[in-house]
Ligand binder design. Structure first.
Ligand code: XIL
Length: 389
């Protein structure tokens, strides 16, 4: 009898464990967001709505509540980048990213990992070592391999989508594009050749076979007017798939600016990536414009708030229209947290909440669009790697 009770206890403990690990991969324990929240409305069509988060800001109650209530996926804005996770060679600091992963698990959210292979935000010890010749190209390759394997392994089973490679393609203004459109001036391409991108996908896949592996870039949904960069990424991904490289998705960052027209090819561009059998996602949406100053971020053009809401709305509609567009992520949600004023002189007002964390017309536009979207194609679920591979 006692033995039986013990067996029952052990079995249910095992079941519980299994259930909790499934819950972990698919978004943690049940969390009940407000029914009119972006995440609740998006869930009706199977879409995940996400935000970039800076984990230390989660100490602020107002910030943490919005992050939890409105979004069903989170991306660490900086805390998974190489510079942050390995500030000193051989010493990892996962604290910020771990904190966000835990927050996500507590609030039924999935995590987008960002980013394993990028030319920016590399540790100083790495770039300096390469520059002064103490790190050879062969050693650089070994270091990158270790970085990718260690990071993906650390978060194994906890990441829904990884941005494996970020921003490799040349824009129209970049002076040295390679024949296939990859930027010949890219740090990684210069030292290790463009084949390094495919290797990064293979290494990430070996370390976590269930994570969805994304190529992520900007101006790849017609934002450059000509669609040339999008064409280049399309041809490259198609080639990679033919060679069996484990790429599952393409992310369009979606950093828009009201001084340029809305990229009218966005839906078609997302659809043609999807037609290759890929998932697609809007990964870093924001819409910037010129403002009075970086603190108040009042647009200088009185019509800007309308256009701002409209651009968000159109971007979301492009994603909703494509069944394999599985997530729509904004690059932070409040203007006072946005990267825009620090990176684009004179610009701001890029997010869906204002500097006081009050919802802007853009928030209401997304909410309304999601409420209307009940007729949109239902997404196929969290969609971890399926039998295709
Ligand atoms: C930005 C962050 O928002 C900033 O906080 C940081 O200082 C620089 O990087 N494309 C990307 C993101 O893929 O990682 C960048 O994030 C914005 C552009």
């Amino acid at each position: 009898m006692r033995l039986r009770a013990l067996t029952v206890a052990a079995t249910s403990a095992a079941a519980l464990l299994a259930a909790s690990s499934t819950a972990m991969a698919h978004g943690g324990p049940a969390y009940h967001p407000p029914s009119d929240s972006l995440r609740a409305l998006a869930a009706k069509v199977g879409l995940r709505v996400g935000t970039a988060v800076t984990p230390s800001y989660l100490d602020q109650q107002a910030y943490a509540s919005i992050a939890a209530d409105q979004f069903s996926t989170v991306t660490p804005e900086n805390e998974m980048k190489w510079q942050v996770v390995e500030p000193t060679r051989g010493t990892y600091d996962w604290s910020g990213a771990d904190r966000l992963v835990q927050f996500a698990q507590q609030h039924g959210q999935l995590v987008r990992g960002h980013t394993l292979l990028w030319h920016n935000q590399l540790p100083d010890w790495l770039t300096q070592g390469v520059a002064n010749g103490t790190i050879s190209d062969a050693e650089l390759r070994d270091l990158l391999h270790k970085h990718i394997v260690d990071e993906v392994t650390h978060f194994k089973g906890k990441i829904w989508q990884w941005d494996v490679a970020n921003e490799f393609f040349a824009n129209s203004w970049d002076p040295h594009p390679l024949p296939d459109g990859i930027n010949g001036d890219n740090f990684w391409v210069q030292h290790l050749g463009e084949g390094i991108i495919a290797d990064a996908f293979r290494w990430a896949h070996e370390a976590d076979p269930h994570a969805l592996l994304f190529y992520n870039d900007y101006n790849i949904a017609g934002e450059d007017g000509t669609n040339a960069k999008s064409d280049a990424v399309y041809n490259w991904v198609k080639k990679m798939l033919a060679e069996g490289v484990p790429i599952d998705g393409v992310g369009d960052q979606g950093h828009l600016d009201l001084q340029y027209g809305f990229p009218t090819k966005m839906r078609q561009d997302l659809q043609r990536f999807a037609d290759l059998g890929l998932k697609v996602a809007i990964t870093e949406a924001d819409v910037r414009t010129f403002v009075n100053n970086a603190t108040e971020q009042q647009p200088t053009d009185p019509l800007a708030p309308y256009a701002h809401a409209n651009y968000y709305d159109e971007m979301l509609k492009a994603c909703l229209a494509v069944r394999d567009c599985i997530s729509f992520t904004v690059w932070s949600f409040g203007d006072s947290y946005s990267w825009v004023p620090g990176f684009f002189t004179g610009e701001g007002y890029a997010d869906i909440y204002d500097v006081n964390l009050q919802p802007k017309p853009a928030y209401l536009a997304l909410q309304e669009q999601l409420a209307l979207a009940k007729g949109a194609p239902h997404r196929p679920g969290p969609g971890n790697r399926g039998p295709r591979h």
